[in-house]
Design a protein around this ligand. Structure first.
Ligand SMILES: CC(C)(COP(=O)(O)OP(=O)(O)OC[C@H]1O[C@@H](n2cnc3c(N)ncnc32)[C@H](O)[C@@H]1OP(=O)(O)O)[C@@H](O)C(=O)NCCC(=O)NCCS
Length: 202
């Protein structure tokens, strides 16, 4: 069942040098540049359409895409954040697959530019997003699904102490084929994620 309500723009969220805010049309140029520069870095992990009609990210003007992404807020179907590091746009994090009803669930996806990788940006950004999902949206569950080959992303969920729930075979169409994904979760009753990330110190 869909969420069935608009999602209020949470405004900027931040922890130390890392921030999240909803993407704006004015981010189009910078995002397009980052997507182009990071083509090889992102391609193995990028969602594609089984029809083969996927648009290569960064190859078309981003403004129409950003407008569509922002509409997700009003529709209650997603939250499209940009990831900030020292105030600069360095990636994206999206909340998707929002379910209301008896599920109260969501998924998170993310990327950061290669030039800032290794600074612990993604774990902090995910913790900020999860605290928003559990705190502001009041949802029960967050899932992050990762290709087993994606060692860097597996470290992100490990640093956050997410629970491994198992492998979904041929789960998402990524980089031109159906790919297995390992799924990691946390539920609201587990408490604030930013505090957990800090206390685990992994
Ligand atoms: C996965 C990703 C988001 C991690 O972001 P991050 O902000 O670099 O996260 P961290 O700093 O915590 O680093 C996580 C791991 O990445 C690896 N890593 C760090 N710097 C790296 C670099 N320059 N190049 C490649 N891998 C690197 C390390 O294994 C690191 O683990 P460690 O801290 O134990 O050494 C980022 O690598 C990325 O955007 N990759 C491409 C897109 C992608 O995989 N998205 C996720 C799909 S599920």
């Amino acid at each position: 069942m869909p969420l069935g309500q608009a999602i209020p723009d949470p405004g900027p969220l931040s922890a130390g040098r890392v921030g999240l805010r909803v993407v704006r049309p004015a981010d189009a140029g910078e995002l397009q540049r980052l997507l182009r520069e990071n083509r090889d870095w992102l391609q193995p992990w990028e969602a594609t359409h089984p029809s083969g009609r996927s648009v290569v990210p960064g190859s078309v003007p981003m403004r129409p895409t950003i407008r569509l992404q922002r509409r997700q807020l009003r529709a209650g179907s997603g939250v499209p954040f940009v990831v900030l590091f020292d105030g600069n746009v360095v990636g994206q994090l999206s909340i998707s697959e929002l379910s209301g009803g008896a599920l109260q669930s969501s998924q998170i996806g993310y990327w950061v530019s290669r030039h800032v990788a290794g600074n612990g940006i993604a774990p902090t950004a995910v913790a900020l997003a999860m605290d928003f999902i559990f705190g502001e949206l009041g949802l029960h569950r967050v899932e992050i699904c990762i290709r087993p080959e994606n060692v860097a992303s597996l470290r992100v969920v490990q640093k956050l102490g997410l629970r491994y729930e198992g492998r979904r075979g041929d789960y998402i169409h990524i980089d031109g084929a159906w790919r297995d994904h390992d799924c990691f979760v946390a539920t609201r009753d587990e408490g604030p994620m930013l505090a957990r990330l800090t206390s685990l110190g992994r």
